[in-house]
Design a protein around this ligand. Structure first.
Ligand code: GDP
Length: 203
């Protein structure tokens, strides 16, 4: 199966579960605090500059954004609220929607969490790890903006975060600016979106 990251195109936004595209095929979700670098990571991984808007207005209704990769494969950009900055009603709606999405979306294959390498594992990030854990979903963490740290400082941030995470959670350094780790991230996403080979003899 050929995944055409370069041909990724926006399909639709949803602010409730029944507004999502049909629950068939496979999709991988991306989450991150606002300003962590999620849009830049999505653009870098797909090779589509401007796919995910890099300038967003905080406080406006942000939704689940679905991008089609062909062959019924999708990337999903999850809204990343700064918790303090949105009205309580919007926050409650967001939490309810996230809970439903992780619990009920059968085609969700994995979660990529984007964290600023200088500030990993903030409360928002921990909450996303809890959602994924409750859903039994694989998680891969990108420590992005690695270009902003020296090699040594980036490696130290990696080690510290590695120790804090469950060993099943994937972790890597990433930079949308210098391209570090982009291929590695793309491979993780592609593997999640590719159906497992049936073992010989399996029906
Ligand atoms: P989002 O709110 O999580 O989608 O974050 P954006 O992708 O819009 O990025 C937020 C800010 O961080 C923007 O000013 C980006 O240019 C910057 N940024 C994102 N990724 C990187 C990176 O890898 N390196 C550097 N130096 N800056 C980045």
């Amino acid at each position: 199966m050929m995944l055409r990251f370069q041909e990724a195109r926006f399909i639709r936004s949803a602010n409730q579960l029944d507004g999502c595209p049909p629950d068939s095929g496979a999709e991988v979700a991306f989450a991150g605090r606002s300003n962590a670098g999620k849009s830049s990571a999505l653009n870098a991984i797909t090779g589509r500059r401007g796919l995910a808007r890099t300038s967003k207005t905080p406080g406006l209704t942000q939704l689940l954004n679905f991008f089609d990769l062909g062959e019924d494969r999708r990337l999903v950009d999850l809204p990343g609220y700064g918790f303090a900055r949105v009205p309580p009603a919007v926050q409650r709606h967001w939490e309810a929607l996230m809970g439903q999405y992780f619990e009920h979306r059968r085609t969700l294959r994995g979660l990529v969490v984007i964290m600023d390498v200088r500030r990993p594992l903030m409360p928002f990030d921990e909450q996303m790890l809890v959602y994924a854990g409750a859903a039994g979903l694989p998680v891969h963490v990108l420590l992005t903006k690695a270009d902003k740290l020296s090699r040594g400082a980036a490696a130290a941030a990696f080690r510290k975060t590695r120790q804090a995470l469950d060993e099943r959670v994937g972790l890597q350094l990433f930079s949308a600016l210098d391209g570090r780790g982009v291929e590695e991230a793309r491979e993780v996403v592609a593997a999640w979106l590719t159906p497992a080979q049936k073992s010989p003899g399996a029906s």
